[in-house]
Design a protein around this ligand. Sequence first.
Ligand code: 2AM
Ligand code: CA
Length: 267
Amino acid sequence: MARHTPVMAVMVAAARKAARGLQRDFGEVENLQVSLKGPANFVTAADKKAEKTLFEELSKARPGYGFLMEEGGTIEGSDKSHRWLIDPLDGTTNFLHSIPHFAISIGLERDGQIVAGVVYNPISDELFIAEKGQGAFLNDRRLRVAARRELANAVVATGIPHIGRPGHKRFIAELGVVMNEVAGVRRMGSAALDLAYVAAGRYDAYWEANLAPWDLAAGIILVREAGGFVSDLNSRDDVLNSGGVIAGNETIHRELAKALKRAHAAS
Ligand code: 2AM
Ligand code: CA
């Protein structure tokens, strides 16, 4: 059983409370598919409502902590050493299309370092949590990254840049190399869950570019506490700032990083 600090209980309670709204709203989305504009507005409202719940719950429990949130942006706190990094609904496109693969993501930063993370899928009721030095857990089961050592046997997740966002050519070059060297590529549309799945050993590795800190913060500590490696696309530690990420066990991380480097050199 996991040993957790009190702040983890706060994070889990906030995630579960916000999840109740998302569960209700997800049930409604299907009914709205008939009107074209309806669902998008509805999802934005669900997203904002979940973020408000998280903000209220976390502010109540830890007054003074700062926030960086997908919808609300930066809110400075009086406590300069603590900050929440929050994505109330990671996988928005899935939510909009009634695909039950999305998550609430909460990361806690202390003096510039991520010390705790929660990724919660309210539909599958899978709660992924990690605290620095305490390991990573899925619903109280200890997590460990996959042990595979050959890229040729690895199932690797990624994200495709959205329309209007940079990096399309570069992504195609990356995929062109990686698809020839791995057992399978997956693209499910939630960066937070992609990282959680690496922590759980479901995916052997994951890479993506141009993400935001709230997509990544909680997932990074999940992978590291599950014994995995996380870096930016240049194999350095600058994940949150660069928005690029490679995650996996030590060997697969290194091999995937090499493959991506070859793709970048050739493109
Ligand atoms: P979202 O669902 O919260 O938008 C899909 O590849 C991943 O990219 C998801 O985690 C998605 O988060 C994220 N994403 C989508 N648009 C993005 C953007 N403009 N900037 C950063 N991340 C984005
Ligand atoms: Ca997101």
